[in-house]
Write a protein that binds this ligand. Structure first.
Ligand code: FAD
Length: 315
């Protein structure tokens, strides 16, 4: 069986759902070995083992603490050299894709990004042109690097697993990899919300918010979700571009997408129409977003969101 190396990401010290999805896909191809760039508790290792992991490698270095991809890709390159996987799987987050690109260049590996499915022979399925086409791609190099969009598959635990010991792995990082420094942070980064691409719930606000995202953020927090924004809201300076959903922003595919005060322009839909369920709140009953909504609410978004959040808190 070939080895499949999975870069695990953690949320609050437990493996993220996106990681468990990667493991479910990895098991189709071979033996999943996980590399974690942080400390791994016994409980976290047990969750990984319950999803079929045969080895858990923990690499720790202060350089991984910040959003710095150079040290992570350099460390991963060394782990790949030591483990010899046929395939490396990462999450299609902003960071995951950047690490994957650097890793593929370092390894001379093939790279497929934004896969939504994986066959036993490593062939990746991609959904392109806003879901209009499905393509299939398989790398021709000895090692393949594939990033997989979160929420693509349902994580499946294995039966009859046994505990896996965590193996510390030492890496040597170059001065160049350690050279980058964080000089400023977006205060929203400390909001505790999940990343936009990994979130299972995304609540997005558009021009209809009038610039007041308080209720949008309140619903996102009540549901443990991420906040998104339309380009109109971003262009108005109400929310940073990193949160823009759409053709020229981020593509999301959560279990639930809530569009509040967003008309549903084709460029916005391109970034969210593969969401599993869409709820639209708009004061205009003719807004195009209602055409793809599973549930539509015609009304003022501030009032509707206030009522929903109050209802959730009362439960
Ligand atoms: P609007 O279209 O102005 O819609 C606002 C909606 O809010 C209306 O439907 C209105 O009825 C409703 N509303 C108003 N007040 C309330 C209220 N109180 N309560 C409830 N509803 C209310 N857009 C993106 O989003 N992402 C992209 O990545 C993107 N890329 C683009 C790329 C290109 C090349 C181009 C040309 C455009 C792109 N756009 C993108 C812009 C896109 O065409 C739209 O202009 C944009 O999505 C509109 O944003 P919106 O829905 O928030 O605003």
């Amino acid at each position: 069986m070939p080895t499949v190396l999975v870069l695990a990401t953690f949320a609050d010290a437990v493996p993220s759902r996106a990681t468990l999805e990667l493991l479910t896909l990895a098991r189709r191809v071979g033996d999943p070995v996980v590399v974690v760039l942080e400390e791994v508790s016994e409980a976290a290792a047990a969750v990984l083992a319950a999803h079929g992991v045969t080895r858990v490698l923990s690499v720790q270095d202060p350089a991984f603490d910040a959003y710095l991809v150079a040290p992570k890709s350099e460390a991963l390159t060394q782990v790949v050299d030591a483990v010899g996987p046929a395939l490396v799987l990462l999450t299609s987050s902003v960071e995951g894709k950047e690490v994957a690109g650097r890793l593929a260049v370092r390894l001379g590996a093939s790279l497929v990004t934004d896969a939504v499915d994986l066959d036993a022979d490593g062939t990746a399925t991609k959904s392109v042109f806003a879901g209009g086409w499905t393509t299939r791609a398989r790398g021709g190099r000895d090692v393949g690097v594939v990033t997989v969009k979160p929420n693509s598959v349902t994580p499946e635990p294995v039966e009859g697993w046994s505990p896996v010991a965590v193996e510390p792995v030492a890496v040597t990082l170059s001065d160049a990899a350690r050279g980058a420094r964080i000089t400023a942070r977006d205060p929203r980064a400390g909001s505790g919300r999940p990343g936009l691409t990994e979130a299972t719930v995304v609540v997005s606000g558009g021009r209809g918010t009038g610039g007041d995202f308080a209720e949008v953020e309140a619903l996102a927090d009540a549901l443990g979700g991420a906040v998104g924004a339309s380009r109109a809201a971003v262009d108005a300076g109400w929310y940073p571009h990193a949160y823009q959903v759409g053709q020229t922003g981020t593509t999301v595919s959560p279990q639930l997408y809530v569009a509040a005060g967003i008309s549903g322009a084709i460029q916005h839909r391109a970034g969210m129409q593969t969401s599993k369920a869409v709820v639209a709140i708009n004061s205009d009953g003719e807004a195009p977003i209602f055409a793809l909504a599973d549930l539509g609410v015609v009304g003022d978004l501030h009032e509707v969101l206030d009522a929903v959040v109050a209802g959730l808190k009362a439960d």
